[in-house]
Every structure is written in C-alpha cells, then in structure tokens.
Design a protein around this ligand. Structure first.
Ligand code: 5GP
Length: 218
C-alpha cells in the first residue's frame, strides 16, 4: 500500500522527484512541507557534502557532512548516484538508500542542483520528475538569503552570482514554479506529484493485474 489518497492498492514503480532552485528560492521550506505531509509518503535523499555545517543543520538529517577524502572515496567506489561541485564544495547523492526506497515502490525526494539532475536523468529518465523553483524577484532572493543570516556576506554574494547562472537552467526541467506564495507553490507541488503518480506508464504492473481482474468479472 502506497498511500490511500493516491492509489487503489495498485503496485507501481517509485519515482524520483527532483527539486532544484537557486539558494533562497524557498526550496528548503517546501521540502520540509512535503516531508511533513505524511500522506505524501516521500522519503528525502540525504546528500553527503564537504560544505561546513550551518548552525541550524544536523548531521545525518540535512546532510551527512564528510571531508573531501571521504567524498572522493565514495565517488571513486561508485557509491554516488550523482555528484557535483557547487559554490566550491562537493555534494553527492548516496546510491544505496535511494535504490532501497524505489524498490519498495515508494518515492524519493531530491534537493539537488541542475548538474546532478542531468546525471540522474541520463541514468533513469522515465522514473524522474524534475521541478525548478524560481524566486518571484532577485530582490526577494537577496532578502531571503540575508534574512537567513546563516552565511557570511561574501558567501551570500557568491550565491547571488551563481543564482543567475542557475536560473538560466530552467529549460531543462519538466515543471517550473514561481514561488511567490509558499502555500500556492506547495499545492502545485502536491498536484504535480499526484498526477505523476497516476501516469499509466508508472502503474503498468498494477494496472495490468487490476484490468485482468476487472475483465474476469461477470
Ligand atoms: P546548500 O549549500 O545551500 O545546502 O546547497 C547548495 C546547492 O547544492 C543547492 O542548490 C542544492 O540543491 C545543491 N545540492 C545539495 N545536495 C546535492 C547533491 O547531493 N547533489 C547535487 N548535485 N547538488 C546538491
């Protein structure tokens, strides 16, 4: 059983829901809202990173914070589904936890950048749904980064510079949302997830068995 609201007990393949956006566009908050909505039954892929931990972050929950040597060992052993260098730090998605969740017919949520998104898409395009989140304005993006006050000013400046470059990547995504209002964006995300879960191609096995049973009815 996946989730009463979304299926009629039909088994299906799990999907990989990728959220990307420049830092400060609200992706972290939206990710939290998605995970707190238990009905959605999403599992977050916890990345490894060489970036220093922020004071608000917990190791093993927001990221697994590792050093560069550990990162390179994981990458070279093929333990990462994808990896990228972002703002001078390394980030990567451990492969095994993702494969475990997908094998249960459940869905995995990723908060990764456009470079990682491309790598995952190249490997398993049909199981991947990609969403890009845009800020309503650059002014608002800057205000959000400053309000967060978790990064020193030079890092904020670097993130704003990078944001312009990242924003141009929107064309690579299946869906693009402008996050002017958190609740509206969250509702849109839920709608996308619902529709994608119901795609015939994903329900294949479950539907085939269901239809067989349906047609056997007299
Ligand atoms: P932050 O340092 O603000 O947590 O993340 C910086 C950027 O790295 C964000 O755009 C985030 O989506 C991206 N990121 C986080 N984890 C991963 C990962 O495992 N792989 C890739 N490719 N990007 C990641």
């Amino acid at each position: 059983m996946i989730c009463a609201r979304y299926d009629a007990g039909l088994s299906r393949r799990g999907l990989m829901l990728i959220l990307s956006s420049p830092s400060g566009a609200g992706k972290t908050t939206l990710t939290r809202m998605l995970l707190q909505t238990k009905d959605l039954d999403l599992t977050l892929s916890i990345s490894v990173t060489t970036r220093p931990r922020r004071s608000s972050e917990v190791d093993g929950i927001h990221y697994r914070f590792i050093d560069r040597k550990q990162f390179e060992a994981m990458r070279d052993a093929g333990d990462l589904l994808e990896w990228a260098e972002v703002h001078g730090n390394f980030y990567g998605t451990p492969r095994e936890p993702v494969e475990k969740v997908l094998a249960q017919g459940r869905d995995v949520l990723f908060d990764i950048d456009y470079q990682g998104t491309q790598q995952v898409k190249q490997k398993t395009a049909e199981d991947v749904v990609t969403i890009f989140i845009l800020p309503p304005s650059m002014k608002e993006l800057r205000a959000r980064l400053e309000r967060r006050a978790e990064d020193p000013p030079e890092i904020i400046a670097k993130r704003l510079d990078n944001a312009r470059n990242e924003i141009r990547r929107w064309t690579q995504y299946d869906y693009v949302l402008v996050n002017g209002d958190l609740q509206n964006t969250f509702d849109d995300l839920s709608s996308i997830l619902t529709a994608e879960r119901l795609r015939a191609g994903r329900l294949n096995e479950g539907i085939a068995a269901f239809v067989e049973k349906l047609l056997a009815e007299r």
